[in-house]
Design a protein around this ligand. Structure first.
Ligand code: URA
Length: 235
């Protein structure tokens, strides 16, 4: 049963500096079990702690794990330069908690993006040793041919890579559309693989990471949700 003071608890959840959290508490913004609490030194048990702040219900979370259906025109980098950053789509306190995208999608790629403030999880998920399959739907400029699919499956040589990169699976989904699974997360990987195989990617959507699918999460573009422990097992 872990207990910490109310100001520390609010700060850990990304609601601002300790000083600011103390001010919020003193102003009567925080309530627990329907009671306004104004003494920041009061200790609370963190297990299954629900609290109300700014008239919204929150659950204390040691770490947060999020899935976002990323729209086009959004950058994943921490310091976006040409487009709005992904954090603009999430509550402000997630930035205070240092939530970061796990692997990046290009600004014009849409679909499933995971984010977390758990450094160890982010590191493990991004490790090349982990081989997490990522499923993409790619629209191509030229018709999809068997030859294209065969070369993607066999492996294509990208300029700055020591070895050819091969898709784990690749199937035609339409005259100008493929579903492709890759395990690595190289820069512009799918687009570069398609170009190296003699076609061109016109639109790209990530529809699954491991067994976690965008469809099951039922997220519209721009929407996000917390991932449950059962979702994390799919990764
Ligand atoms: N491959 C790409 O080319 N772009 C992405 O955003 C993701 C995978």
């Amino acid at each position: 049963m872990k207990k910490i003071t109310l100001d520390r608890m609010l700060q850990s959840q990304g609601f601002g500096s300790r000083k600011y959290c103390r001010q919020l508490i003193a102003e009567g913004e925080l309530s627990i079990d329907g009671q306004v609490v104004t003494d920041y030194k009061q200790e609370v048990d963190l297990s299954d702690l629900h609290f109300r702040l700014f008239d919204e219900e929150w659950l204390y979370r040691e770490h947060i794990y999020i899935a976002l259906n990323k729209p086009s025109g959004i950058e994943c980098s921490r310091k976006p330069s040409n487009h709005p950053g992904v954090m603009t789509l999430l509550p402000e306190q997630f930035s205070w908690r240092d939530v970061q995208a796990i692997g990046r999608l290009d600004h014009d790629t849409t679909g499933l993006l995971l984010l977390s403030d758990d450094g160890a999880f982010n590191h493990a998920m991004s490790s090349p040793k982990r081989h997490v399959p990522k499923l993409y739907l790619a629209n191509t400029a030229e018709p999809v041919t068997q030859e294209l699919i065969d070369s993607l499956l066999k492996g294509v040589q990208l300029h700055d890579e020591p070895h050819p990169l091969a898709a784990v699976s690749c199937v035609a989904r339409g005259e100008q559309q493929i579903e492709i699974v890759v395990e690595q997360g190289k820069y512009h990987q799918v687009k570069r693989m398609l170009a190296a195989a003699g076609n061109h990617c016109q639109a790209l959507e990530r529809i699954a990471i491991g067994r976690l699918t965008l469809e099951a999460l039922e997220l519209n573009e721009g929407e996000w949700c917390y991932l449950q422990a059962s979702d994390l097992e799919f990764l």
